[in-house]
Design a binder for this molecule. Structure first.
Ligand code: URA
Length: 216
């Protein structure tokens, strides 16, 4: 199946109650061959109307933050955990997430990114397979079987709680370091790089722990 075939297969999806309130399914947008993918929670009012993720106020902030680390919306891929707008922008419910999760996982498999950036609790918990708060895991990398997961605060959270703006910017600065390392991987023959690699390895060991939990 191609990404476009998956998208078309979901056009009339009626698998959960969110189908009754939506204008349209908001599948995802961006480069189908992206190395970097962002996953949010679910469409809001403007996303539901326009059929594209992150086009409202949180989207504007996301675009600014992406640009601050040298990323454009065209080069990445952006999707959500649930593809239909929850009524009045309420949180997606566990059974709605469970119903939509196979489509997100298939989407990730077809795009095959190196790095998946989960925005906020719902995307992070869905992709980590563990019910853990975003504040405990933000700004760290987690090795999943097919990609590296990098959880960040959700831009909408920073719009609602001004005190989260600085931590959100910090998450993006840490993301910049991860992107730089992706572009220029450390050289093990260089002794100072080797020290960094060893430090990374012990962090990587710690960060595989949540994998032992279920969902995958
Ligand atoms: N918040 C999300 O999580 N996703 C969107 O598409 C818009 C806002």
């Amino acid at each position: 199946m191609t990404l476009n075939e998956l998208k078309i297969s979901l056009t009339d999806c009626q698998k959960c109650r969110l189908s009754s309130g939506r204008t349209q399914v908001v599948f995802g947008v961006g480069n189908p061959d992206a190395d970097i993918m962002f996953v949010g929670e679910g469409p809001g009012y403007y996303e539901d109307k326009q059929g594209e993720p992150f086009v409202g106020a949180a989207g504007k902030l996301l675009t600014e933050l992406l640009e601050s680390v040298g990323l454009s919306r065209q080069e990445i891929y952006i999707a959500n955990v649930v593809k239909c707008r929850p009524p009045n922008n309420r949180d997606p419910q566990a059974d709605e997430i469970e119903t939509c999760q196979p489509f997100l996982l298939e989407q990730i498999k077809l795009i095959n990114p190196k790095l998946v950036c989960s925005l906020g609790n719902f995307a992070t918990q869905t992709l980590l397979g563990q019910k853990i708060g975003i504040t405990k895991v933000r700004g760290r990398t987690f090795q999943r079987p097919d990609f590296t997961l990098f959880p960040l605060l959700h831009p909408a959270a920073a719009l609602h709680q001004g005190n989260l703006r600085v931590p959100l910017k910090e998450d993006f600065q840490k993301l910049k370091n991860v992107l730089d390392k992706m572009k220029n991987p450390p050289d093990p023959s260089n002794s100072s790089d080797l020290a960094g690699l060893k430090a990374n390895e012990s962090q990587a060991e710690a960060d595989t722990q949540p994998q032992q939990m279920d969902l995958f």
